[in-house]
Write a protein that binds this ligand. Structure first.
Ligand SMILES: NC(=O)c1ccc[n+]([C@@H]2O[C@H](COP(=O)([O-])OP(=O)(O)OC[C@H]3O[C@@H](n4cnc5c(N)ncnc54)[C@H](OP(=O)(O)O)[C@@H]3O)[C@@H](O)[C@H]2O)c1
Length: 286
């Protein structure tokens, strides 16, 4: 199998680049070798490499910055997947694309299923929803995997920020009124490979799936668990979103129901606590 990967330096892309060889020959690209805002470059790369599978892990993920750069966010999160999907359709390739829990408004009381109506609260979420729609409308065989609160041993993420601050002895104030599932980049990469393998075995069945860690917590709960697990002694104070004003609004609840991907594609993502423990153990090793 020949697999074209975008965004290889991202949290998920980096783990994918390490794990993909078990699935096939990976052609891993980053911003320098394939700029997702350059649609001609996307077409050229797909036509030259002729992959059977395209995995699009590149994205504009700066949620707050997207509020002031909606055009840049849209070109990468909505325009690029549209072009990748058109090219996948032409070639008969299978497109794997990621989306986000931020397509929801957070008003639902329980976990969100794939059929629940979307209503993004911010520019990032709207551009990611547009990306989902373009992939679905292009008519290529595809998997859209919605995940949430991504972190890992490298990149810019919440876990690393908390560890850094806690090590410097800084007291932490963390929002306690947003509920979600922190999901490790490695769990996403392994889940993706497992999902692709099942899809191929079943004659490339595809569609939209939720794929996040089991369980849920708030950012405060996550921070407290990180601090406890690392044995650092710093205060963690729960605050409300109103006390931490940010340019982009976030959903109060964005927990995803993963039962469809488990049932149909036999994908199992460990609990967020297991993911956290694994990533903390990994720190400093790579
Ligand atoms: N991060 C989260 O909390 C989260 C939550 C839910 C869903 N997701 C989704 O999960 C997927 C993977 O996210 P992630 O956390 O791995 O993101 P990430 O760590 O921010 O990585 C994204 C990668 O995309 C690359 N990229 C951005 N613009 C590009 C462009 N114009 N051309 C080529 N590459 C470009 C970035 O390159 P540079 O390194 O050069 O900037 C980066 O390597 C995305 O679809 C994201 O929307 C993420």
């Amino acid at each position: 199998l020949r697999i074209l990967l975008t965004g290889r330096n991202g949290q998920v892309g980096w783990e994918l680049a390490r794990a993909l060889p078990e699935l096939g020959e990976a052609i891993a690209t980053d911003r320098a070798s394939l700029d997702l805002a350059d649609y001609d470059a996307i077409r050229r790369t797909v036509r030259e490499t002729k992959p059977q599978i395209i995995i699009n892990s590149g994205a504009y993920t700066a949620v707050d910055k997207a509020e002031s750069e909606p055009g840049a966010a849209a070109s990468v999160n909505a325009g690029a997947p549209a072009v990748l999907a058109e090219e996948a359709k032409r070639l008969g390739a299978f497109l794997v694309h990621y989306s986000t829990d931020y397509v929801f408004d957070g008003e639902k009381a329980g976990p969100y299923g794939e059929e629940d109506p979307t209503n993004p609260l911010n520019v990032y979420g709207r551009t990611k929803r547009d990306g989902e729609l373009s992939v679905m409308e292009a008519g290529c065989r595809h998997l859209i995997l919605r995940t949430s609160w991504v972190y890992g041993p490298r990149g810019r993420n919440f876990l690393l920020a908390i560890v850094r601050k806690a090590r410097s002895g800084e007291a932490l104030r963390v929002v306690d009124d947003q509920l979600g599932a922190p999901t490790s980049s490695r769990a996403i990469a392994l889940g993706t490979i497992s999902a692709i393998s099942s899809a191929i075995r079943n004659d490339y069945i595809g569609g939209l799936y939720h794929m996040s860690a089991v369980g849920s917590t708030t950012w405060y709960g996550f921070a407290r668990s990180i601090v406890r697990a690392t044995g650092l002694h710093v205060e963690v104070e729960p605050i409300s979103s109103n006390d931490y004003p940010a340019p982009a609004r976030r959903p109060r609840n964005s927990v995803l129901d993963n039962s469809k991907i488990t049932r149909e594609l036999d994908v199992h993502i460990p609990s967020w606590e297991e993911g956290m423990t694994e990533v903390l153990a990994q720190l400093g090793k790579d």
